[in-house]
Write a protein that binds this ligand. Structure first.
Ligand SMILES: Nc1ncnc2c1ncn2[C@@H]1O[C@H](COP(=O)(O)OP(=O)(O)O)[C@@H](O)[C@H]1O
Ligand SMILES: [Mg+2]
Length: 350
């Protein structure tokens, strides 16, 4: 079940590669949740539709192992459960901060205080808006740079900028989403091996601008940039030819770390603002207060019907007990790692 040592190291040094390979996760079954429609599945968990205005982002919940499960299965269950719990806990912290410091281009938090997960306003995904002309895409880049600039002023990085993590409201404004990898400046770069955030060991505004450049490149050319690295950690970038030299320079400067700040990158992107923005301003037909009330009613309905909001959700003290059993100290997901190999008393072939 374990991967080669090199693969194993890679799995443990970045959370993304860990998920991509399906590490431990493959031995476990995801808990089915009655009457809940999944509208998104990401690296960290599931996103369920609560109603037409709200979603619930829950961490990945697995079916609890049977009483006669092997030590190996118990270990996988514990490792994955604690890992996902920590990611959601981190995201909750960041979203709490953002609820206190909202921004029009950052997803709106409806309720961050419920144990089963985080309730968010529901938005559209990129695929729902396709095809979009370049003029509109440029407005999105500016909006995301405004959101990033706000985040960076709070001393926080996003650390996972890519199109899956950008959502859109019904007036087609772009919003920065998914704060599962978000962390303070100076934390370890969670996707170092994939070069998503460049070659820096730690994240900062510079690494977010690097990822932003790659996302713009992808949206403009239709493919991920082929960025490679040599043994002296020098990066090689593809030629950028979007058809607009200002846009080309935006991407190249951000890759090369030439912008002093995210605001400077935004100012550059604003030079691209030709054409008129014909979109309506953002208007919410239902207020956050009303949505929060709906959430509370919805939760009560599920508890009355099923005895819980989500099946097999562990409490914080149960998670703590699982972690203690294996001697783990759950910290921030970006730096927390389960033991590199199973403890010696576990038969890996089971
Ligand atoms: N507020 C939302 N409204 C609509 N869809 C969402 C919302 N939040 C997330 N999703 C969908 O769920 C997917 C996974 O959510 P995300 O927050 O990116 O989690 P992960 O950390 O697991 O990647 C997203 O790519 C998106 O398709
Ligand atoms: Mg995501």
């Amino acid at each position: 079940m374990f991967h080669s040592e090199a693969e194993q190291n890679s799995l443990e040094s970045t959370r993304h590669s860990r998920f991509i390979s399906g590490y431990a996760d493959t031995t476990l079954t995801i808990q089915y949740q009655n009457d809940l429609e999944i509208i998104g599945v990401g690296a960290a968990g599931q996103v369920y539709a609560v109603n037409e205005h709200t979603v619930l982002k829950a961490c990945r919940i697995y079916e609890p192992p049977s009483p006669n499960a092997t030590a190996r299965v118990l270990w996988d269950y514990s490792s994955e459960t604690v890992f996902h719990y920590v990611i959601l806990k981190d995201e909750r912290e960041v979203l709490q901060l953002l609820a206190d410091h909202p921004h029009p281009n950052i997803i709106e938090v409806i309720d961050v205080d419920q144990p089963e997960g985080i309730y968010l306003r529901k938005y559209q995904q990129f695929s729902d808006l396709m095809p979009a002309p370049q003029m509109e895409r440029i407005l999105w880049y500016q909006e995301i740079l405004r959101a990033l600039s706000h985040l960076h002023e709070l001393g926080i990085t996003h650390s996972d900028i890519r199109i899956d993590n950008i959502l859109f409201n019904f007036e087609r404004h772009a919003l920065l989403s998914d704060f599962g990898a978000s962390c303070p400046f100076g934390y370890p770069n969670p996707s170092l091996l994939l070069l998503m955030n460049g070659v820096s060991d730690v994240v900062s505004d510079v690494t977010d601008r690097f990822a932003m450049a790659s996302m713009i490149y992808e949206l403009e050319t239709g493919g991920r940039p082929d960025i490679s690295i040599n043994s002296s950690k020098e990066l090689y970038f593809p030629t950028v030819q979007t058809g607009d030299v200002v846009l080309d320079a935006l991407i190249q400067n951000a890759w090369q770390g030439s912008f002093d700040s995210t605001l400077a990158m935004l100012r550059h992107a604003e030079k691209l603002g030709y054409g008129r923005d014909i979109r309506q301003p953002t208007m919410h037909s239902v207020s956050k207060t009303e949505l929060r009330e709906q959430v509370l009613l919805w939760r009560t309905g599920r508890i009355n019907k099923y005895g819980c909001v989500l099946f097999s959700l562990l409490t914080e003290s149960q998670i703590q007990a699982l972690a203690e059993r294996y001697g783990w100290q759950p910290r921030r997901a970006t730096i927390w790692k389960p033991a590199p190999t199973a403890p010696p008393h576990i038969d890996k072939d089971q």
